[in-house]
Write a protein that binds this ligand. Structure first.
Ligand code: NI
Length: 191
């Protein structure tokens, strides 16, 4: 088990557009080790996902997993998913305002607009192609990780900067209202 150091906002690697991974590279022990390390690092930090450039490797690889996440207890579960060269495209114009945080943006959360209905295509760690529809908060998590691979942080998508809060102030002043709204949304959308 290897926990890698997570880059924090301000590190240039987070602003780099990550490059695509070739089939040969994906099969290599180095890249398979990177995937294992991403999983370990995400789980250690209680992240819902992590992208390779967050551990200083600018390649288009990310992992997501939600299973009773203490940082985001309202998020429906997502099985461990390894995203290699992911591409996401919105299916329509429906958006939802989600309060997000990020392992690379210590102690800050803020509201961003995310597409609710998404087509996601990616390769898994064995090179198998996936083409699936993702909805709701799960679609939001996929968009957040794909943004990382394009050098974009959730901060760039915060429209109303007065929604920015530390985690402690979120708990004290904003959590109840957000969780009530988003729980209703999850009930409606199913994910
Ligand atoms: Ni992030």
């Amino acid at each position: 088990m290897t926990i890698r150091k997570i880059a924090a906002v301000g590190h240039p690697v987070l602003r780099q557009r990550a490059r695509a991974v070739t089939a040969a590279e994906l099969a290599s022990s180095e890249l398979q080790r990177l995937i294992d390390d991403l999983i370990d690092t995400m789980r250690d930090a209680n992240g819902a996902g992590i992208a390779a450039n967050q551990v200083h490797e600018a390649v288009r690889v990310a992992v997501v997993e939600v299973d009773h996440n203490p940082r985001y207890p309202y998020k429906p579960p997502i099985p461990l998913t390894v995203l290699v060269n992911p591409v996401v495209e919105p299916l329509d114009d429906e958006v939802v305002e989600i309060n997000e945080g990020c392992l690379s943006v210590p102690n800050l959360r803020g509201n961003v607009l995310r597409h609710v209905n998404l087509r996601a295509r990616w390769l898994d760690r064995d090179g198998n192609e996936h083409d699936e529809i993702k909805r709701g908060l799960t679609a939001g998590t996929f968009q957040h990780e794909c943004d990382h691979l394009d050098g974009r942080l959730f901060l760039d998508r915060v429209v109303d900067t007065t929604t920015l809060t530390t985690w402690e102030e979120f708990e004290r002043h904003h959590r109840d209202e957000f969780v009530a709204r988003i729980t209703e949304f999850v009930r409606r959308v199913g994910s």
